[in-house]
Design a protein around this ligand. Structure first.
Ligand code: ZN
Ligand code: ZN
Ligand code: ZN
Length: 120
């Protein structure tokens, strides 16, 4: 918890998505004697980061510990051609969905949900 200039208090926690959803079911959460408002923060800033090494989102190539997919077609995951020569259907090799690999919103990690708790 820390004080914000408008004298409200805010805490951010990171929990699994299912827990976060359970938490926001109750519009008011009691922390001590303070009733708090709970919101789920979409991890947009993080999701905007795109790694050129493994093609996934949420980190940058310098911090990548994933597979080297630099030669991979981002449309179908093939190593035989690049996306500009791709004649296959779009298929995300990460989640199997109908989008380029790790498109924005692809397989949002369930264990990485940021929750904001506002106290007044
Ligand atoms: Zn990476
Ligand atoms: Zn392809
Ligand atoms: Zn996907």
């Amino acid at each position: 918890m820390w004080e914000r200039p408008d004298a409200t208090k805010q805490a951010r926690i990171r929990i699994a998505r299912t827990e976060a959803e359970a938490l926001v079911q109750s519009p008011r959460l009691l922390v001590g004697n303070t009733s708090c408002r709970v919101e789920i923060l979409p991890d947009l800033e993080k999701a905007k980061q795109r790694c050129f090494h493994c093609l996934e989102r949420g980190h940058l190539a310098q911090r990548c510990s994933g597979a080297d997919r630099t030669a991979m077609c981002v449309r179908c995951g093939s190593l035989e051609h690049r996306a500009k020569d791709c004649a296959n259907e779009l298929k995300c090799i990460r989640c199997g969905g109908n989008h380029r690999i790790a498109a924005l919103g692809c397989g949002l990690r369930t264990a990485d949900t940021q929750v904001v708790i506002n106290a007044r």
